[in-house]
Write a protein that binds this ligand. Structure first.
Ligand SMILES: NC(=O)c1ccc[n+]([C@@H]2O[C@H](COP(=O)([O-])OP(=O)(O)OC[C@H]3O[C@@H](n4cnc5c(N)ncnc54)[C@H](O)[C@@H]3O)[C@@H](O)[C@H]2O)c1
Length: 305
């Protein structure tokens, strides 16, 4: 039976993963830099993932054998303080590797991102093994993580698994400061009856994925035998692709007359270097990935949730 540790567990992805494993009756320890939120029903330790000794202690104390390392500074937020973002993203990654090797952790999940790509990546439809020249600090740190996970697998057989996520859509937590956050903000504005000022061009196409598909993908990938995985790097996946204008049309088709103004800011420059779509056929072939949520279904659920 697995005993799971999640870092960055109070964030958008961590909250959903935590609920998923807790509901399944699997032991899961949530950790994050914040004090334990009032009323949290999960096992929780306040822990900075930069604190190596602290990580070692909780792994031993709770007899952890699987780690989901989610603590990170995301794309747009990362650009505001790049040196700090590099430190958080890379030093915590190295800590998790070190602790995993010391404590013989069986499996690690660490998410990468479509931010690893760049203008040289055939952005209309990015293949699994594309040229990767990212422009953001976030993208550079994710690419470094991908290279390192491959290195540690080859050198020490450390089993780290990874997915390059597109923009993740969920309504339960505030988005963490990414370039794809506009879609969540637009859905929230629709629910509150507010107008929305969109920070991307109305025709900017980006890949997205609904949280339920994210959880399915992670649990599926983590359940497979290592031998079926043909790469020791990160897998492309996508739920659907959309633009702010298409998203607005989908919202309007639910009878909501949202007003959107377009004022692209520095995040548009980042989006210009990100994929419109990605080829996720290797994930389908290796571990059976198949998305269940398109734009219309996602918008309907998000508006009614
Ligand atoms: N949300 C997306 O659209 C998306 C897309 C691609 C990849 N990802 C990746 O998924 C992971 C989780 O993303 P998210 O959307 O949940 O982000 P988020 O910003 O919502 O959550 C990150 C969490 O990490 C915590 N954290 C930050 N520094 C920490 C530290 N030093 N020690 C412990 N905790 C710390 C924060 O308090 C926060 O709760 C990240 O690695 C991110 O790069 C997310």
């Amino acid at each position: 039976m697995n005993r799971i540790l999640i870092t960055g567990a109070l964030g958008q992805l961590g909250s959903a993963l935590l609920k998923h494993y807790h509901d399944k009756g699997i032991f899961v320890l949530a950790t994050d830099i914040h004090e334990c939120p009032k009323g949290l029903v999960y096992n929780y330790e306040k822990l900075d993932a930069l604190n190596f000794e602290g990580l070692l202690d909780v792994v031993k104390k709770y007899e952890i054998n699987v780690i989901y390392h989610l603590a990170a500074i995301l794309s747009a937020k990362g650009e505001k303080n790049p040196f700090h973002s590099w430190k958080i993203n890379m030093d915590t990654f190295q800590n998790i590797v070190d602790v995993s090797l010391k404590c013989k952790i069986e499996r690690v999940f660490w998410p990468s991102s479509i931010a690893v790509f760049g203008k040289d990546s055939n952005l209309e439809y990015v293949p699994q093994n594309s040229l990767m020249n990212p422009t953001t600090l976030y993208g550079v740190s994710k690419l470094a993580g991908e290279k390192l996970m491959n290195y540690y697998f080859e050198k020490y057989q450390l089993d780290i698994r990874s997915i390059r996520f597109p923009g993740i859509i969920s309504m339960d937590t505030k988005p963490g400061g990414g370039v794809t956050d506009y879609i969540i903000e637009m859905l929230n504005a629709s629910k509150k009856g507010n107008e929305y000022i969109c920070f991307l061009d109305k025709n900017q196409r980006l890949p997205m994925i609904f949280m339920e598909d994210v959880i399915s993908a992670i649990t599926l990938l983590m359940s497979k035998k290592r031998s079926v995985l043909s790469i020791s790097s990160s897998y492309n996946i996508v739920g659907f692709t959309t633009t702010p204008e298409e998203c607005l049309l989908a919202i309007k088709s639910n009878g909501i007359n949202l007003k959107v103004h377009y004022k692209p800011d520095f995040r548009q420059k980042i989006a210009n270097t990100w994929p419109e779509n990605v080829d996720d056929s290797l994930a389908s072939k290796d571990w059976g990935w198949s998305p269940k949520f398109g734009l219309d279904k996602t918008v309907k659920i998000a508006l009614n949730g």
